[in-house]
Design a protein around this ligand. Structure first.
Ligand code: NCD
Length: 306
């Protein structure tokens, strides 16, 4: 199902295909520490082209590749590349495809991964395109919910933060609409979920919008928090108006279910205070760690179909 496929948008995949990744990821959890004993990707090379900053996504892809025995090449900063000489994205992709078996790309421009996938002969994985999509983050988010909560159906999920520019939540809400989910979107008025996404998911599941977490916190099984995407604001003054406008408080958690899980794609800025890190509900570091087994499964499925 996955062999040689591009992963550009989570919307390109069926529920069955998504569940297959989650199942394969389960098998990879123990190998994420020790490395896969058979090194099944030992003849493969994974290219990571990061035109935008990243810590978790790039390093967990590279760790996953190494745990599977693959070689890696690429860049995490543009200074050392011909991009600074004016080389186009398409030319860069055409070169790198001849050096590698799969290209993982992050770019500030929405649509960049789709464009790259149209030109590349090798599969392209979107590791974040501007305010567009971040499909592999969604796969690890779903994996976290399934593993930590034990199910993906009949749950109440709250997504709080910058829903306008946050690509992780664009992909996540689309994927959640494939399951039996009660979805609550919590954001300031100016950072609401884009209409086209809201329209799409509302035809499949029940979605409610809120401006205040207090209204709904007691019902949630999952609370997914995101930072305000400062770098995407066209006007810094607009950012200043919403900066610090919402954050999770310990008083919220007094009202929440004991079984609530708190997630965040990270990096966080000030929306979750560090004292919450010690609460049993906090799962964001575990979530980041699951990036490795999930990406091991993704690379294996794309490069070997297994
Ligand atoms: C996110 C991203 O880059 O979209 N981080 C990640 O990949 N884990 C979230 C963010 O930058 O806020």
């Amino acid at each position: 199902m996955w062999l040689n496929k591009d992963i550009v948008s989570i919307g390109d995949f069926s529920k069955e295909e998504i569940l297959e990744v989650l199942e394969r990821s389960e098998n990879m959890v123990s190998y994420a520490k020790t490395g896969h004993p058979e090194k099944p990707l030992r003849d493969k090379i994974v290219a990571t082209l990061f035109f935008e900053p990243s810590t978790r996504t790039r390093l967990s892809f590279e760790s996953a590749a190494m745990r599977m025995g693959a070689g890696i090449l690429g860049f995490g900063a543009l200074e050392s590349t011909s991009v600074v000489k004016g080389e186009t994205l398409i030319d860069t992709v055409r070169i790198v495809e001849s050096y590698s078996d799969v290209i993982v790309i992050r770019h500030p421009m929405e649509g960049a991964a789709r464009l790259a996938s149209e030109f590349a002969q090798v599969p392209v994985i979107n590791a974040g395109d501007g305010a567009g999509q971040h499909p592999t983050q969604t796969l690890l988010d779903l994996f976290t919910i399934k593993r930590e909560l034990g199910k993906l159906d009949n749950i109440c999920v709250g997504i709080m933060g910058d829903l306008k520019y946050g690509r992780t939540v664009h992909s996540l809400s689309k994927a959640l609409s494939l399951f039996k989910i009660d979805l609550h979107l919590i954001s300031p008025e100016t950072l609401k979920m884009p209409k086209h996404i809201l329209k799409d998911i509302s035809t499949k599941i029940k979605v409610q919008e809120h401006e205040d977490l207090e209204e709904i916190v007691q019902d949630l099984d999952v609370l997914y928090v995101t930072r305000i995407q400062k770098e995407r604001f066209p006007d810094p003054e607009e950012y200043k108006k919403v900066a610090g406008s919402y954050y999770l408080k310990t008083s919220h958690l007094q009202k929440a279910k004991k079984s609530l899980i708190i997630m965040h794609p990270l990096p966080r800025v000030d929306e979750i205070p560090v004292e919450i890190d010690n609460y049993p509900q906090a799962r964001y570091f575990k979530q980041a760690a699951y990036g490795v087994p999930v990406r091991m499964a993704i690379l294996d499925l794309i490069l070997r179909g297994e």
